[in-house]
Design a binder for this molecule. Structure first.
Ligand code: GCV
Length: 669
């Protein structure tokens, strides 16, 4: 282990509160058995008690249940009749706080829930609180490379890799503490674009390091996962093919997996990006994704591993003149015919929308189309297209909308949340994952307020019925303490931030008006004549991509009545109007405004919203630690300038295209 490094503990930064009336429970922690995760849980409780209340807790091992007359304290019991799947019951009775759960991980989550309540100074008397995670898999995908860089990373370097080595130190443990405290139970440590040395992560070279890392994770109820290179049999094994049906390829994977699982017997499995953006895959051998995924799944099956296969597959060498090929259709066209063909330890990982993490997209039509396949919803808290952690953009309200979308795949229980949790099709449960927004920065996430997305994602993955506002409040009070003024100001900033970002960047579902490659800042035509399948199709009369049946037909890939709803301009939800339709600038929206006036108005409003956020932040200056205050202030100032640039470029572009004046006569260039 290296020496202590300089970083904060985000929402686990405990503040002193020695006068908290309920601190006494923490003096004695009774544990029933000597199990690693329960031991971790007790240690976390005593650590929190020490930091918050100056209480040094005694950890006492007891056999079976405590006798009736046993003393006050916290009791951690596994109970075969308790809440399962990582759920827990936390209750107080006669001076005893009890946490029961079927599994040790439930005890750990219960302890962190108790700590959160204590951090917020909520009364622990008569507490009776149950939580059971909705999603079996609650994961983070890190896009870290072996040289320490992070693809789409906006908060420093990787804390998992440096100079082709794995980093295992104090920060690794603190990372595990943070993510398990919000219920994450699976972490992929390396980029889905697996190249060069990353291909060797499954070789002997890294076996010892992975073993150590997995042990740290295991103590916190987290399974380690790796991203895999489909061409590893060639690049690592020296074979001349990676054909999933070739006997030598199957043999190679079987041997390789045997060796990997010998070092990490509880390795969760592998994430695979195949036949996507230049990554190798089964298409090279005229094989299907099902053949590719199933072959790997069979190799990890003896060890209980899973293969998580990404559906982010599209033609990235498209001709912009071609109006029939539609990137939005691609995942659906590639994977819906394969429904039912995947073996049971394959899970398809589907990005929330059909394009790529734009500020507004419809929910991918694969959700609902797949009814005999396990699925993971992939969202991105790394803010690639939503301000790159320099703009505040709290994404939990967006994720809530996605989870609550009715796919119409069944009469009841048809939302995305129902599908991934396994409520819709019980034998096909999966989960949810986020592309991580963390890095080596002292505050982990670059923008201090971006930690709300990290925390919020974990909390939402566990309990999707929480509201975005409740999650924001919980994060805020754990991070800054239960100070009403801070909570009110910060939560208002968070809750207005996604709509504000949408207003000053993208009108009504049109994305991609960004600088190519780095995806930051306005560039309306940046992707318009490029090969990536990402167009707005604006001309002198209107804009938008026609995806109804007269266009690319993407609207028809949804189940009814969604297909009909998206088919016509009149029925299409307005926030997605330009995603699905080419619409004249003079078209009147439901509020009576023309489309062009809506574009002008929202772009001016978006900037005003950022000004309001700055005023709210300045209003709590005295209550926020100086370094955090300054970091956030600098970013908010940048956000304001940048929002103005977005506003002016977008408004000017569409003014020059349409020649239509702003009714309010504001400055457009
Ligand atoms: C990891 C987008 C990003 C890429 C990313 C890819 C993916 O295209 O810009 O950086 O690659 O998505 O999700 O695989």
């Amino acid at each position: 282990m290296e020496e202590q490094m300089d970083y904060s503990m985000a929402w686990l930064s405990y503040r002193k509160n020695p006068l908290f009336p309920d601190r006494e429970y923490f003096r004695k922690i009774y544990v029933q058995e000597n199990e690693a995760v329960i031991h971790t849980a007790a240690k976390e409780l005593s650590r929190a008690a020490e930091a918050m209340f100056d209480e040094s807790s005694q950890i006492i091992t007891i056999v079976k249940e405590a006798p009736e007359n046993s003393s006050a304290g916290i009791y951690l019991y596994t109970d075969k009749n308790g809440p399962g799947n990582g759920g827990y019951h936390l209750y107080e009775e006669g001076g005893r706080l009890t946490i029961t759960a079927k599994e040790p991980s439930g005890i750990l989550y219960g302890c962190f829930a108790l700590i959160r309540k204590a951090q917020r100074l909520l009364s622990l008397k008569n507490l009776d609180y149950k939580e059971e995670p909705d999603n079996p898999l609650r994961m983070l995908n890190h896009w870290g490379n072996m040289d320490g860089s992070i693809e789409r990373g906006y908060s420093g370097d990787s804390f998992f890799f440096k100079s082709q080595e794995l980093l295992i130190n104090e920060r690794t443990v603190d990372y595990a503490r943070l993510v398990s405290s919000i219920g994450i139970n699976g972490v992929v440590i390396n980029n889905v674009n697996v190249k060069e040395n990353a291909t060797k992560l499954i070789s002997e070279d890294y076996a010892e390091d992975l073993k150590q890392l997995a042990m740290i994770f295991r103590n916190y109820g987290i399974s380690l996962y790796l991203s895999l290179n489909f061409a590893a049999p060639m690049e690592l094994g020296g074979l001349d093919t990676a054909d999933p049906e070739a006997a030598e390829v199957k043999d190679w994977w079987e041997k390789q997996m045997k060796q990997v699982y010998a070092s990490v017997p509880d390795l969760g499995g592998f994430l695979v990006k195949a036949d996507s953006e230049g990554r190798p895959g089964p298409f090279t051998y005229q094989r299907t994704h099902a053949q590719g995924a199933n072959m790997l799944a069979n190799a990890v099956k003896p060890y209980g591993g899973v293969i998580i296969w990404r559906c982010f597959v599209y033609n990235c060498t498209q001709d912009w003149r071609d109006r029939k090929t539609d990137r939005a259709r691609s995942a659906y066209d590639s994977f819906s015919p394969l429904d039912g063909q995947f073996v049971d330890n394959v899970i398809l990982q589907i990005k929330n929308g059909p394009m790529d993490f734009q500020v507004r997209e419809p929910v991918s039509s694969l959700f609902g189309a797949l009814q005999r396949t396990r699925q993971i919803l992939e969202v991105q808290i790394a803010q690639e297209y939503t301000g790159q952690q320099r703009h505040v953009c709290y994404l939990i309200p967006e994720f809530k909308e996605i989870l609550e979308f009715h796919t119409r795949c069944t009469k009841e229980r048809d939302t995305v949340a129902d599908i991934i949790s396994g409520r819709a099709f019980p034998q096909f449960a999966g989960g949810i994952t986020a592309v991580a927004n963390t890095g080596s920065d002292t505050n982990w996430t670059g923008h201090d307020l971006a930690a709300a997305n990290w925390f919020g994602f974990g909390r939402l993955a566990f309990s999707p019925s929480l509201t975005a506002g409740e999650i924001a409040e919980e994060w805020c009070e754990c991070t800054f303490g239960p100070d009403k003024e801070i909570t009110e100001a910060v939560c208002r900033i968070l809750m207005m931030s996604w709509p504000a970002y949408e207003k000053y960047t993208s009108p009504l579902g049109i994305g991609w008006m960004v600088n190519p490659h780095n995806h930051y800042g306005p560039n309306v035509d940046g992707y318009e004549y490029d090969r990536w399948g990402t167009y707005h199709r604006a001309d002198h009369y209107g804009l938008g991509v026609e995806r109804g049946s007269k266009g690319t037909g993407y609207a028809q890939t949804y189940l009814e009545p969604n297909a009909s709803m998206y088919e016509t301009i009149e029925d299409c939800p307005e926030e997605l109007l330009l995603f699905f339709h080419y619409v004249p600038y003079t078209y009147r929206l439901k509020n009576g405004k023309t489309l062009i006036q809506h574009i002008y108005d929202t772009h001016f409003e978006g900037v005003e919203d950022v000004q309001k956020m700055i005023a709210l932040w300045n209003g709590i200056r005295e209550r926020i630690p100086e370094d955090i205050f300054m970091r956030v202030s600098e970013r908010l100032e940048h956000q304001l300038e940048h929002a103005k640039e977005w506003r002016d470029q977008i408004n000017t572009y569409f003014y020059r295209k349409s020649f239509i004046e702003d009714e309010k006569g504001r400055e457009i260039y």
